[in-house]
Design a protein. Structure first.
Length: 181
């Protein structure tokens, strides 16, 4: 980063420092909301800052009140790019853990006798948040209370979101014709 700053003029360096000082918390929060990972959000923030430095000539022409929205968009797009590159993969062991759970009999019945490959294929069609919830709960055996804390929601809300994710998965099974009711 120092090398990049070296090619910037003093005014540009000051502007980059001012942007970072004023907005780094906001930009980090935008990234964290998308990525749900401190490490990934920090990477996104660093990449965002580099992109801001790359486009400093363009930013200098933007009115002051539009700089934050511009930076937020850069941060959001950078985070989405990172998210795409780090698609959550679900290990085969995860499927076995799903079967071993004794949470709800409806869930147990649903996951019995289904092909693992089909399940993985359908899970890839779920949103990133739904896959993340399923991985946390079933893959990492994270308690609902901790899931709620990670997502800044209550334990009850975490249970409900997971229930909805499972319902979406079941609908995908029905839609794809893997289950005949």
């Amino acid at each position: 980063m120092l090398i990049i700053l070296y090619v910037l003029s003093d005014d540009e360096k000051d502007m980059v420092n001012e942007i970072f000082t004023k907005y780094h918390v906001k930009l980090y929060n935008v990234s964290f909301q998308i990525l749900h990972s401190q490490h990934d959000a920090e990477d996104a923030l660093a990449q965002t800052l580099l992109k801001i430095m790359d486009h400093i000539d363009r930013i200098k022409k933007i009115p002051c009140h539009e700089i934050l929205p511009f930076c937020v968009i850069v941060s959001r797009n950078t985070s989405i790019d990172i998210q795409r590159k780090k698609r959550i993969t679900i290990p085969i062991d995860f499927i076995e853990e799903l079967r071993e759970l004794s949470a709800d009999t409806a869930e147990e019945v649903f996951f019995q006798n289904h092909d693992r490959e089909r399940l993985l294929e359908l899970m890839r069609k779920l949103s990133t948040e739904d896959r993340y919830l399923l991985e946390l709960r079933f893959g990492e055996e994270t308690p609902y209370k901790e899931i709620g804390a990670l997502l800044n929601i209550s334990e009850i809300a975490a249970r409900k979101r997971l229930q909805r994710a499972l319902e979406k998965l079941q609908k995908l099974y029905l839609k794809e014709g893997y289950i005949h009711v």
